[in-house]
Design a protein around this ligand. Structure first.
Ligand code: ATP
Ligand code: MG
Length: 679
């Protein structure tokens, strides 16, 4: 662990009041938080369980915990909370269940579930007459924005300019009612509900303010209104907290983040101390210079001047490619050649891009060259349909009230139930105020449904209820889960539904991976309460939503991720792809005139690099079924010319060989090796 500089030291030891550490990328903000946790425990004698640190992703939380543990004996860190806002909120709701509108077994709806529910509501109430995706997308955005701004359904209408948007306000009210009726919360509720409960209950506030003696928040610039309110409610008026952030790295405005919260802190906590850090410990000066120059084009809340003692470093390379295929191939070859030339590890490399689709071609190329890679922030394991289906069965078994799970699986695999039947079932469940599952086995159902539909539903209901009983407290649940899924005929369904043998194998493998993970979580659980399948599934559902990235055991791989997912991370060699107008900056941002946010994203990308940065662009790119000619990104023009190395004026270093030749050689070596192995 590196020794902190005097400014960092000051930030670490300042505990007498609220503190904001405001500093550019790579200046050691996260390092300050980690060391400060250790300082609070060891020097200030604050018990670990009275300290809470909030980070942006599960990955960051895990890393932070590990770093703290490396600074002191493990016993001392027991009870320390290092989590994301959402994890923290979930824990809060569990503790304070009695103060919530929820019952014990509440379920958590992920984005996909929320969407399905909204779709249902729109159809059921004929709000739109159409199940148009666009409308649902808009509704989700409206509702999430309202929630993150802590605006309740009855106040939502007042915020609307356009009377046509009224349907979204109505839908919001309906959606909330349904969530509560299903005893479910959505992702936003994990923050919004705790904030609401705390703001309405002085006693509870006192309890939590007393319980959390010190709060630390990383990536503070990306907190939204609800999160900021939650912070204020937890720390109370004395404000025992340290938050660290960089307004230039605020990249989640589209999710309600408010960089103004930085300025608000000063108003809400007049005693706020602000410490600025100016030395960057991550990057070479050319990289820093590029980052600083680009971000200068934005308006600033706070000026920062970063410097580093890592020398000038290499120029930033810009590679012009003919088209997107060529770009993917070039990046793959460059990485192979660079690695071989310098004897590096794969994990030192990262390829960043604006949109997930850009990874597809690159993945194919990397596979072609046998380069191990890991993709984070793409389609997560849990977002895959087979996983969601199996999880749907598990969720329904564990929580018979979970109507969204019911709707997902009642006809998967196909049981011949049409929309008319399901609508009638829905009405029936509303009339009797019972869940959809309970309706299936209700004595009154045969009177409203044709006998065939009824018997299918009854059979389905009995099946689920049977396994609910079987799985409850079962000492070895995983084989039972497997048996249940087999009995549903789901595996046969996957076989017949897959388009290629590879797809079929992939999907079946995924299901196996799910079983294995459930077993592993059960084995790993420390106390008995966590060993139940119920606890494990809850954990999986949460992991799924919060993480959106697969945990990888083998870490020596090239990192592929979106610019958003790269926040807070660092790599020796960084490639940013697709420096084109409409891609970076993104088309939507150009239309919405939110270029500044895209520029911050560019800034985040550049500042991930420790030693070398390469930017690529394609002259032509596929889109909408045809090749289109692209325009180079405005951000390229904003970079400092003197630190760039364009291919046209790139003089090849003598010893350096053409990457294509090197990569091809590497390929044939591998092929030879594989051949040998087979023999
Ligand atoms: P970001 O804004 O990207 O989140 P950050 O401000 O959180 O960056 P860190 O990730 O904490 O910065 O630190 C960047 C790098 O600098 C890390 O590798 C860290 O170990 C190193 N570092 C931080 N402080 C020091 C120091 N005083 N001496 C040497 N290295 C340091
Ligand atoms: Mg950081």
């Amino acid at each position: 662990m590196s020794k902190l500089n005097p400014k960092q030291q000051e930030a670490m030891t300042y505990v007498s009041g609220p503190l904001l550490v405001l500093a550019g990328a790579g200046s050691g903000k996260t390092s300050v938080i980690t060391q400060k946790i250790a300082y609070l425990i060891e020097q200030c004698n604050i018990p670990a369980e009275r300290i809470t640190a909030v980070t942006f992703t599960n990955k960051a939380a895990r890393e932070m915990k590990a770093r703290v543990s490396s600074l002191m004996p493990k016993e001392k860190t027991r009870g320390l909370t290092v989590s994301t806002f959402h994890q923290f909120g979930l824990q809060f709701l569990r503790y304070e269940l009695l103060h919530t509108p929820l019952k014990g077994n509440f379920s958590i709806m992920d984005a996909d579930d929320s969407k399905r529910l909204l779709m249902e509501l729109m159809m059921r109430d004929n709000l739109s007459g159409a199940e148009s995706r666009e409308l649902v997308g808009k509704a989700i955005k409206f509702i999430s924005d309202w929630k993150n701004d802590l605006i309740e359904p009855d106040k939502a209408m007042e915020t609307l300019d356009d009377p046509e948007d009224m349907i979204f306000a109505n839908l919001y009210a309906l959606y909330e009612r349904n969530l509560r009726a299903y005893n479910a919360v959505d992702f936003d509720d994990l923050i919004v509900l705790p904030a609401k409960i705390l703001s309405e209950n002085q006693q509870l506030r006192d309890k939590w303010q007393n319980r959390i003696r010190y709060l630390l928040v990383d990536e503070y610039q990306d907190t939204n209104t609800a999160q900021y309110e939650l912070i204020k409610l937890i720390v109370g008026p004395t404000g025992k907290f340290t938050v660290v952030g960089d307004d230039d790295q605020s990249i989640y405005a589209w999710r309600g983040a408010r960089p103004e919260n930085m300025a608000l802190l000063k108003e809400d906590f007049p005693k706020l101390k602000v410490i600025k850090l100016e030395q960057n410990y991550r990057s070479t000066n050319r990289i820093l210079n590029a980052a600083n120059t680009v971000i200068m084009n934005n308006e600033h809340l706070f000026e920062k001047a970063l410097w580093s003692d890592k020398g000038q470093g290499e120029k930033i390379r810009i590679i012009n490619c003919r088209n997107d295929d060529d770009e993917a191939e070039r990046v793959a070859k460059e990485i192979v050649a660079h690695k071989l030339r310098n004897g590096n590890e794969w994990e030192q490399y990262a390829v960043l891009y604006r949109s997930n689709f850009q990874a597809r071609m690159l993945e194919a190329q990397l596979r072609q060259f046998q380069v191990p890679y890991k993709l984070s922030g793409g389609q997560s394991f849990f977002a895959r349909s087979e996983i969601k289906d199996v999880m749907g069965y598990l969720r329904l078994i564990l929580n018979p009230e979970d109507d969204s799970a019911f709707l997902r699986i009642v006809n998967t695999p196909k049981r011949g139930l049409g929309p008319a039947t399901l609508e009638k079932l829905g009405l029936f469940s509303q009339e009797h105020s019972i869940s959809l599952l309970a309706s299936c086995t209700h004595g009154g159902l045969p009177h409203v449904l044709p006998s065939k539909a009824y018997s299918t539903l009854k059979e389905f209901g009995d099946f689920i209820e049977h396994y609910t009983r079987e799985l409850d407290q079962h000492p070895d649940p995983v084989p039972l889960v497997r048996q249940m899924i087999d009995e549903t005929g789901y595996i046969d369904f996957v076989r017949s539904d897959s388009k290629t043998p590879q797809q079929e194998k992939g999907r079946l493998d995924n299901i196996e991976v799910l079983y294995t993970s459930i077993q592993a979580l059960i084995n790993r659980a420390e106390d008995d309460d966590d060993k139940t399948i119920d606890a494990v599934i809850r954990k999986l559902v949460l992991l799924d939503m919060l993480e959106q990235q697969q945990e990888e055991e083998n870490t020596n791989k090239v990192n592929l991720m979106t610019l958003h997912a790269a926040k807070g991370l660092e790599f020796d060699f960084v490639y940013i792809m697709g420096l084109e107008e409409e891609l970076l900056p993104h088309r939507n941002s150009i239309i919405a005139e939110t270029i500044e946010e895209e520029r911050r994203l560019m800034y985040v990308g550049i500042t991930r690099a420790r030693r070398e940065l390469t930017l690529t662009l394609a002259a032509q790119r596929r889109g909408g079924g045809q090749m289109r000619t692209t325009t180079q990104s405005r951000f390229l023009e904003e970079l400092p010319e003197e630190h760039l190395d364009w291919p046209a004026n790139a003089k090849k270093k003598k010893a350096e060989r053409d990457p294509t030749v090197v990569a091809n050689e590497y390929m044939s070596n591998i092929k030879a090796l594989l051949k040998k192995k087979n023999m």
